[in-house]
Design a protein around this ligand. Structure first.
Ligand code: ADP
Length: 417
């Protein structure tokens, strides 16, 4: 079964075509800056990647470009659209409705639309992707995989905000979390790496990319996470401020005469590493500047590591200990200096990093020392794999009678690459 995984952002459309029986990645690419004059399309795996400047006015046109590239021309991966058996869509906000992935029908579409208020850019983009697929592949089953569903196990004491309770009842204001598909993936892979069951472990998973989040997973269930009602909360990020004293919001709106939209823009786009360093949202640039003596870059770097360290401490307290800490995404997977700073001083909590292991660069690996009470792992994330797996499982349930040989073990041992 071939699953097309679609991750539609506000101005991008990422895709992967995965054969789930062999776990072979057949094609992947990204349509960037959709809707602008500079829109472009990158297609191909690793060194075979090519960039094609193609004008795409909207997600529908981007989808058309993707399907044409997959089925025709020198880069084609399949002969016709008939070889796409199912589509899995990444959806950022599933709100209170979805605690697991679902087959997309009219009701699911209506709910994703309704939840747009909580993730305006993301959910509308996902809907554009869904509608484009419906138009170009009307008979292909589609599955929605929600970033938030992993967090539906959070207890009320973790997801409630200490605001008047009526506001929760009126607006569903509560913590929903984000990056759930990534946290779920790295937690499962980490358990396999250790030859343990997730149900036997206290885990802290850290997704450190442009967006950043930390999750506490107690015996297989997410019990707390750093992102909140929106993906602005929690850790300091590339351009997002993360948690700040809420009184700063009203103070700045008053003194800088900012509208809600301007305040939102300041916190989402102008803060974080970029806001503090004044240089970049990219940790590599901030690191380089700090190593050349730029004090604001140095400060940004220290604040970032401190922000992760504090969440690790919190979640050790929440779970009464931790067995394994897992790091992933651009920073977590690649930046040994940041990892060193995050774990510096945590030896009294039983966390010891082996510097030689920390310097290793590729694949799933352990960076804690042999005498560390807590295992620290790096697991490269693969959200597309999780989306393909959920899609396969749900569609397979529906077409069970068609006789597809379903083998759950495939997914417990394989990665997509
Ligand atoms: P996104 O959330 O956009 O998917 P990524 O997971 O790609 O983000 O992470 C992007 C971040 O990872 C950037 O801050 C980038 O600087 C950082 N990063 C990527 N590679 C390295 C590296 N080798 N060393 C340090 N930071 C890195």
């Amino acid at each position: 079964m071939n699953v097309l995984v679609i991750n539609a952002g506000s101005s991008s459309l990422k895709y992967q075509l995965i054969n789930v029986e062999t776990m072979k990645l057949l094609a992947k690419g990204i349509c960037d800056r959709v809707g602008s004059e500079e829109s472009s399309h990158k297609h191909g795996i690793d060194e075979n990647e090519v960039r094609i400047n193609t004008h795409m006015a909207n997600h529908d046109e981007a989808m058309q470009v993707v399907l044409e590239t997959l089925t025709s021309g020198p880069m084609k991966a399949i002969d016709s659209l008939d070889e796409i058996d199912a589509v899995g869509h990444r959806i950022v906000q599933g709100g209170k409705y979805f605690d697991h992935s679902v087959i997309i029908d009219d009701d699911v579409i209506a709910k994703i639309d309704e939840l747009s208020e909580l993730a305006p850019l993301h959910n509308q983009a996902a809907l554009s992707g869904i509608r484009a697929c419906q138009k170009h592949m009307p008979n292909v089953p589609m599955v929605a995989v929600f970033d938030t569903s992993f967090y539906q196990t959070l207890p009320p004491k973790a997801y409630m905000y200490a605001l008047p309770y009526e506001l929760y009842e009126k607006y569903d204001i509560r913590k929903y979390g984000a990056h759930g598909t990534s946290h779920r993936y790295i937690a499962e892979r980490a358990a396999l790496f250790l030859d343990e069951q997730m149900d036997d472990l206290k885990m802290i998973t850290c997704h450190l990319g442009n967006g950043c989040s930390v999750t506490a997973i107690d015996h297989g269930q997410a019990v707390d996470t750093s992102m909140g009602m929106t993906p602005l909360d929690g850790l300091m990020m590339g351009t997002r401020c993360g948690s700040i004293d809420p009184a700063i919001v009203t103070f700045l709106m008053e003194h800088e005469h900012l509208t809600p939209a301007e305040m939102d823009n300041l916190m989402n786009k102008k803060s974080g590493l970029l806001g503090i360093s004044g240089i970049s949202n990219d940790l590599r640039s901030v690191r380089d500047a700090s190593e050349h003596g730029n004090p604001r870059a140095q400060l940004a770097y220290e604040m970032y590591s401190n922000s992760v360290k504090k969440y690790i401490g919190q979640y050790i307290a929440v779970m009464g200990g931790v067995d394994v800490i897992v790091l992933t995404a651009g920073v977590g997977e690649n930046c040994k200096k940041m990892r060193r700073m995050i774990f510096q001083g945590l030896q009294p909590l039983g966390i010891k990093i082996d510097e030689q292991r920390n310097a290793m660069t590729k694949g799933e690996r352990e960076i804690s020392s042999d005498d560390s009470a807590v295992r620290v792992l790096i697991i490269p994330t693969d959200e597309e794999f999780m989306i393909a797996r959920d899609t396969y499982e749900l569609v397979h349930e529906r077409v069970d009678s068609a006789g597809i040989d379903f083998n759950e073990d495939v997914f417990s041992i394989a990665g997509t690459n």
